[in-house]
Design a protein around this ligand. Structure first.
Ligand SMILES: Nc1ncnc2c1ncn2[C@@H]1O[C@H](COP(=O)(O)OP(=O)(O)OP(=O)(O)O)[C@@H](O)[C@H]1O
Ligand SMILES: [Mg+2]
Length: 303
């Protein structure tokens, strides 16, 4: 007699092979896929882990991952703060905050001593998910910071009050390895690297890892690489699979089991200014980010 599938074991919705007569479920590179439990409820909040979403290549899924991982963890009762650290303000827009009518943004928080975190944080429509928004003002900070004392740690100082209140702080970086990104890496406990499943994507990762190593040596000795997350995986092409194989050969188990498939539901959700977990809660894309949330909690990369 076959066992009825439990909610746990039907969760994945991620590329890979489902459990069958030949064996257990596996991920894209053939590793056994653990059956991650739903994260246990938390009795209280904090201390937060700070995670920087980082890749200097543009359009690889940093903002999409920040919003949807944040929302998936909020669904599990975590208190999550999204920090938009890109002057494009895409993470702010993606959770419904218009960058044009901001009195205060992350720019004021890091540049003005009398502006505190509480002045800048905004709630979103998602329970447990707050945002520190950004707009084009932030582009001036990169230049203005150059002459500042401890210019690499202004974000770290500004985020300190969040640590007691939240379980996870996710910093959405801009596509560059400049001073703003170095600030995010200095403030972070861990880095998540979204990687588009496309061949040239691999080239930039070595440079990114070099930057992470430098920040670890000089500014933030405990900085960890929490994982590489393949995004925009197209299961119809061999090409996507080969890219993930290469990442596995080069980086071993830094490659997460979770792989995010390519689907138009993500851009659709951005237009609606909602996380996919709210816009299309039963879509495979929502299941994939929930799987990522479980995997990161199981790996100790989030509470
Ligand atoms: N898994 C996916 N499938 C299809 N489209 C996706 C997926 N993930 C992200 N996208 C879309 O790709 C575009 C780029 O994604 P996103 O903005 O998250 O990347 P980014 O790395 O933050 O870009 P930037 O470097 O410009 O900040 C967006 O239009 C987004 O909706
Ligand atoms: Mg972005």
């Amino acid at each position: 007699m076959t066992q009825p599938a439990t909610a746990e074991s039907t969760l994945p919705g991620i590329p890979g092979r489902e459990a069958n007569d030949d064996g257990p479920a596996t991920d894209v590179v053939g590793r056994t896929l653990p059956d991650y439990p739903a994260p246990a409820p938390l009795a209280d909040h904090g201390p937060a882990r700070v995670v920087a979403m980082c890749n200097q290549k543009g359009g690889v899924g940093k903002t999409t991952t920040t919003i949807n991982l944040g929302a998936a963890l909020a669904e599990c009762g975590r208190k999550v703060l999204l920090v938009d650290f890109d002057p494009q303000g895409a993470a702010s827009v993606g959770v419904g905050v218009s960058p044009h009518d901001l009195d205060l943004s992350v720019y004021n928080l890091i540049m003005e001593r009398d502006v505190e975190l509480a002045d800048v944080v905004r709630p979103t429509r998602i329970d447990g998910l707050d945002v520190v928004p950004a707009n084009i003002d932030l582009s001036a900070a990169e230049v203005q910071l150059v002459g500042e004392v401890a210019r690499e740690s202004v974000l770290s100082r500004a985020l300190r009050p969040a640590l007691d209140e939240y379980d996870l702080v996710l910093v959405d970086c801009q596509p560059s390895l400049g001073l703003l990104t170095v600030n995010a890496l200095t403030a972070a406990n861990g880095v998540l690297i979204p990687l588009e499943c496309e061949f040239f994507a691999l080239r930039g990762v070595a440079l990114l890892v070099e930057t992470i190593d430098k920040v670890r040596d000089r500014l933030n000795p405990d900085l960890a690489v929490d994982g590489i997350l393949p995004t925009m995986f197209d299961s119809r092409t061999l090409h996507s699979r080969e890219v993930v194989q290469r990442v596995h050969e080069a980086f071993g188990d830094t490659l997460l089991h979770t792989v995010i498939g390519r689907t138009v539901k993500f851009p659709d959700a951005s237009v609606a200014a909602e996380p996919i977990t709210a816009y299309a809660p039963s879509h495979a894309g929502a299941a994939a980010y929930r799987h990522l949330a479980r995997e990161l909690v199981a790996r100790g990369s989030s509470r």
